[in-house]
Write a protein that binds this ligand. Structure first.
Ligand SMILES: Cc1ncc(COP(=O)(O)O)c(C=O)c1O
Length: 383
């Protein structure tokens, strides 16, 4: 048989999925690996989807999405993100935030282009680079996981096409401060770059910090692709709906690419998203409080156990170092899964600078987090 795709073959199977394969058939596992909130998708959102199906909305949706939904997203962008757009020109609905990431790559890069990201960072950014022939340049984050802005500037070459930001960040929990964002934006403008900004965790932000969308800053809209999704805010990862926001020129390209690759997004599910966007955001306050409590609990317990750990300020992940226990992140993750039944993702899947780290998701109820921390404590005592 002739060779199959070299490019796709190079990407490993998802490290997170591999971890779940190890857990298969075991009832004692506590998962700290999961990247989705544990609360129920609001009923009204589910009902919106069901009603649409009952109305026989089972055919292709408009390629960019249902106008009513696009108008609600336009409104949300104006009110919550201070980004002024025209729904007819600047928004396209995607199959989750993941698909918006791949559309961003498809629409701006040519093979050989370079993309700069802070590392550690979310896995898809690396492998989309591989799939679209983009060289992903990792700039190691500072000790507190903030971006190394001088390092980013130094990494720019004549092949650099774009920078990518994900704040609040998966896996580090870092939140970009406004002064850092302004410095990055200056670099983007000065070097005539694009900026991809993944804002799927914008609501999971703590300690009084505020999320600023780069596209709202002067001179940035035309060069920014903003990515978001209903997945994390509405705990609706299975709806597979997200969106990209950009200049009309970029959205036109995304539409072409989307048309010939996936031909649209789930039509009936879009009516669930419509109901979600009509909801009072107050529904999230209770969730937010519970996540804040979990965040502080896990951070304090990890410190108490003896980890070197940076306090996360956003998203729902924490990324301790395993150095104090003389074990790599991968060994830690495999061993604790076997011996104590705790699923934790090794840091190595998030780039070249996190082999001595593990990523813990605290999107799990407090009781389970307590038990998981006790198991981790017993585990490290025996190392
Ligand atoms: C930073 C980041 N961006 C995008 C996504 C993808 O989200 P979705 O489920 O909407 O595709 C995730 C999911 O974990 C994520 O962590």
């Amino acid at each position: 048989m002739k060779d199959i795709s070299h490019t796709v073959s190079k990407a490993p199977k998802s490290g997170i999925r591999a971890l779940f394969d190890l857990a298969a058939g075991r009832s004692d596992i506590i998962s700290l690996g999961i990247g989705q909130p544990d609360f129920q998708t609001p009923d009204i959102v589910i009902q919106g989807n069901i009603d649409a199906l009952k109305k026989k909305i089972t055919h292709y949706a408009p390629t960019r999405g249902v106008p009513e939904l696009l108008k609600l997203i336009e409104n949300k962008l104006r009110k919550s993100n201070n980004i002024q757009v025209k729904w007819e020109e600047n928004i396209i609905l995607t199959n989750g935030g993941s698909h918006a990431i791949s559309l961003a790559y498809a629409s701006i890069f040519n093979p050989g282009d370079e993309l700069i990201i802070s590392s550690p960072n979310f896995v898809s950014y690396f492998y989309c680079g591989l799939f679209y022939g983009v060289k992903v340049i990792e700039v190691e984050r500072r000790e507190d996981f903030s971006p190394n802005i001088d390092g980013i500037e130094k990494a720019i070459t004549d092949k650099t096409k774009a920078l990518l930001l994900n704040t609040p960040n998966n896996p580090t929990g870092n939140v970009l401060k406004i002064n850092e964002l302004k410095k990055i934006v200056d670099i983007v403008i000065k070097n005539d770059l694009y900026l991809i900004t993944d804002e799927v965790y914008e609501n999971y932000i703590f300690e009084g910090l505020k999320h600023t969308s780069p596209a709202s800053l002067n001179g940035m809209f035309e060069r920014t692709i903003t990515i978001n999704a209903m997945s994390k805010l509405f705990s609706a990862t299975g709806f597979r709906l997200g969106y990209a926001v950009a200049s009309a020129q970029i959205i036109d390209l995304m539409e072409k690419y989307l048309q010939y690759t996936v031909a649209g997004t789930n039509h009936a599910a879009q009516y669930g998203f419509i109901e979600a966007l009509k909801m009072d955001i107050e529904f999230f306050t209770k969730v937010w409080k519970s996540f804040d409590k979990r965040r502080l609990f896990v951070y304090n317990r990890l410190k108490e156990i003896g980890f070197d750990v940076v306090k996360p300020l956003g998203a729902f992940y924490i990324m301790p170092s395993t150095n104090n226990f003389n074990i790599s992140g991968l060994q830690f993750s495999q061993k604790i899964m076997k011996e104590k039944g705790v699923a934790i993702v090794p840091g190595s899947i998030f780039g070249a600078y996190s082999e001595d780290m593990i990523r813990i998701s605290y999107a799990t109820e407090l009781k389970k987090l307590e038990e998981a921390m006790n198991r981790i404590e017993q585990f490290v005592k025996n190392l």
